[in-house]
Design a protein around this ligand. Structure first.
Ligand SMILES: [Zn+2]
Length: 325
C-alpha cells in the first residue's frame, strides 16, 4: 500500500487517446466497457462515468452538471448513437454522481434513469439537494454545478433488479446504503465487477489507496452491512466513480470496513473527550496508514482537503454524537 504507481492502462495497450495522439476522454477497460474521464473542474482522476457499449448503451453515473459536455464528447468519441442509450444508472443523487443527469437527458432522447426510490424525488425537484449541497460542500458545489430537473416519467426507481446488457450480459442492481440513505451499487456479469458508487470509499489510483467518503449524514452500521453485501458477491474488481478500476476487490472491501471502524472509534473517543475536528483529524492522520501516506497529496488540493479532511470527519463526528445520545 502507498506505493506511487504509474497510471496504467488497464485494458491491454488500447487507450483510445493513443490511437489518434489527441487528448481524448475515454479508456477501454473491458470488451464493451469504457471509462469516461470527466475531468470535472479541471481535476483529473476525480470523477468518471462508465459506458457499456453495444446495440443498447447503458451508462453508469452521469457525473455533475458542469462536466456533462465532457461526457457527451466521450460518447461521441466512442461513436455512441445517442438514441441507443437506454439507461443511465446512477449510484446516488449527490451532485458528483447524478447531479448532471437532468442536463444529460437533453442529449439522450430514449434514456431512462435508474435510481434508488429515496433519491428519485431529488431528481424531479433538485432545489433542496442544491441548497444542502451548497451548505455541505461550499465552493465544491459551484465546481459541480446546479442540477437540472428530470421529468418524472423518465425515472425508474428501484432498489434491486437486473438490467440486460448485450451478449447475454446482466447488470444487477444492489441496494448499498450507508454513504447515503439511497446508494445503489451495480454488478456486471461479464467479469463480476462492481460499481459501488461511494459505498467503497474513494480510490486514489496514483497511490493505490482507498480513503473514506463519509460526509454527514453518515450511517456507519448500514455502510458496514452494505460492504458485507458486496463482499458476499465476491467481485473481481471495483469500478469506482472516484476513481477508476481497482483490483483485489474483496480484500479492499474488507480493508475499507476496518478503516471505517478505525475512524469511527477515533471519532467516538474524540467526541467523548470534546475534541475538535482538527484534533480528531490529526489523530486519524496519525493512526490510519492510508491517510497518513497520502496526506501531502490531499493537502495540496483544496477539493480533497475539504472533502477528506473536513466533510468525511464531520460525518463520523456526527455519527459519534448521534450514537452517544
Ligand atoms: Zn462521490
Amino acid at each position: 500500500m502507498c506505493t506511487r504507481l504509474p497510471l496504467r492502462n488497464v485494458y491491454g495497450t488500447i487507450k483510445t487517446s493513443d490511437m489518434t495522439g489527441e487528448q481524448l476522454h475515454t479508456t477501454q477497460i473491458r470488451k464493451n466497457l469504457f471509462q469516461v474521464e470527466l475531468e470535472t473542474g479541471g481535476y483529473k482522476n476525480l470523477i468518471c462515468s462508465y459506458v457499456f457499449k453495444g446495440s443498447k448503451v447503458i451508462l453508469v453515473e452521469s457525473g455533475p452538471t458542469s462536466s456533462v459536455l465532457r461526457l457527451v464528447e466521450g460518447l461521441k468519441e466512442l461513436e455512441v448513437n445517442f438514441k441507443d442509450v437506454q439507461y443511465v444508472a446512477i449510484t446516488h443523487v449527490h451532485l458528483d454522481h447524478g447531479g448532471g443527469v437532468g442536463t444529460l437527458l437533453k442529449y439522450l432522447p430514449n434514456a431512462k434513469i435508474i435510481v434508488h426510490p429515496r433519491g428519485a424525488p431529488h431528481l424531479v425537484n433538485p432545489e433542496r439537494l442544491w441548497v444542502s449541497a451548497q451548505e455541505v460542500l461550499g465552493f465544491i458545489a459551484e465546481i459541480f454545478g446546479k442540477p437540472e430537473p428530470v421529468p418524472q416519467e423518465r425515472i425508474i426507481p428501484i432498489t434491486e433488479g437486473i438490467i440486460d446488457l448485450d451478449n447475454g450480459g446482466k447488470l444487477a442492481v444492489i441496494e448499498t446504503v450507508g454513504h447515503a440513505s439511497h446508494n445503489l451499487s451495480f454488478q456486471e456479469s461479464f467479469s463480476s465487477g462492481v460499481f459501488p458508487g461511494d459505498a467503497a470509499g474513494t480510490y486514489i489510483p496514483k497511490f493505490d489507496v482507498v480513503v473514506p467518503t463519509t460526509p454527514p449524514p453518515f450511517y456507519l452500521e448500514s455502510a458496514l452491512a452494505s460492504l458485507d453485501k458486496l463482499i458476499d458477491l465476491n467481485p473481481s474488481v471495483l469500478y469506482l466513480s472516484h476513481f477508476g478500476e481497482a483490483n483485489n476487490a474483496v480484500q479492499r472491501l474488507k480493508d475499507y470496513k476496518m478503516q471505517l471502524q478505525l475512524w469511527a472509534d477515533i471519532a467516538k473517543d474524540g467526541v467523548s473527550k470534546s475534541q475538535s475536528l482538527e484534533q480528531i483529524r490529526d489523530r486519524i492522520i496519525a493512526e490510519d496508514k492510508a491517510m497518513n501516506c497520502i496526506i501531502d497529496f490531499v493537502k495540496s488540493y483544496k477539493i480533497y482537503s475539504k472533502t477528506m479532511l473536513e466533510n468525511c470527519i464531520l460525518g463520523f463526528m456526527d455519527y459519534a454524537k448521534n450514537t452517544s445520545k
